[in-house]
Design a protein around this ligand. Sequence first.
Ligand SMILES: NC(=O)c1ccc[n+]([C@@H]2O[C@H](COP(=O)([O-])OP(=O)(O)OC[C@H]3O[C@@H](n4cnc5c(N)ncnc54)[C@H](OP(=O)(O)O)[C@@H]3O)[C@@H](O)[C@H]2O)c1
Length: 290
Amino acid sequence: MLKPLVVVTGKNGQLGWELQQLVAHVETAFDFFFTGREELDLSNPEMISAFFQKYKPAYFINCAAYTAVDKAESEQEFTYTVNASSVGLLATECSKLNCPFITISTDYVFDGKGTAPYAIDHLADPVNYYGYTKWMGEKLALANNPHTIVIRTSWVYSSHGNNFVKTMLRLMKEKEELKVVNDQIGSPTYAADLASAILQIITRLAAGNAHYGIYQFSNEGQISWYDFAVAIRTLGGLSCMVLPIPTKDFPTPAKRPAYSVMDTQQIVRDFGVPLKNWKESLVQCISKLS
Ligand SMILES: NC(=O)c1ccc[n+]([C@@H]2O[C@H](COP(=O)([O-])OP(=O)(O)OC[C@H]3O[C@@H](n4cnc5c(N)ncnc54)[C@H](OP(=O)(O)O)[C@@H]3O)[C@@H](O)[C@H]2O)c1
């Protein structure tokens, strides 16, 4: 029997890659089609409608995004197309097919002035252009398809792709001393855990568990980038000196929210998704890397 087709964008990114690894190793009730820019380029909105006419997905998972947070400040039009207007078009096309649409957003929709985990309905007020485009993408997706699930996540890393964990491991092998900011607080997310959560969500949707709207997902616990770096050094068995510095000593083109921990309980309540502690997942990723 033909299984429902799940289309996933961003096959070469951290999350898209982890989802590919996961479904290659477990039996699912779906057929998956993983796409990259060649099959569906989100900077080229004309491709979108033709793609949907050809493949007619039963579920659509958008893991693609323009994720270069600093470069987004100077590539605003391009970033808006990929992260906002094309996300809106994907949602419209899904809606025509009655196809649930899952798209990933970010903790960077928040202003960072909070001191307790951000509730889902806390007012978004991004401090950088990337966060603004992701917020606009959320709004368009929710407005254009009633069967949209937005999953906000934060500080994503994986054994694949570019991320803080791999950069730290590399730099710690090259240098004797590293400075890392200690006044930005967030929750890391192992992309493999988010991939499992997404598979669980579409499995529940297929079983008739019809929850839609905004959700938040990360690993549990809140830390600074400095704390994260120290844990990476320990688990990596390295000896590089790690020095805490304030954000003002590490200027970047895009501002970052000082505090971006999110309340993740709704995804547990509605989809039974398990949440792992950040260190447990970091251990898994680092052991995979070594
Ligand atoms: N990384 C984080 O720390 C973080 C934090 C919060 C939220 N998120 C969100 O989580 C999701 C997954 O992020 P990730 O970490 O997996 O990102 P990633 O590793 O940077 O991967 C992004 C993917 O999007 C693809 N892409 C970029 N522009 C595209 C375009 N015009 N058309 C089609 N595909 C395009 C990239 O393709 P190429 O491989 O060809 O470049 C890449 O495969 C994104 O929505 C991101 O905004 C990420």
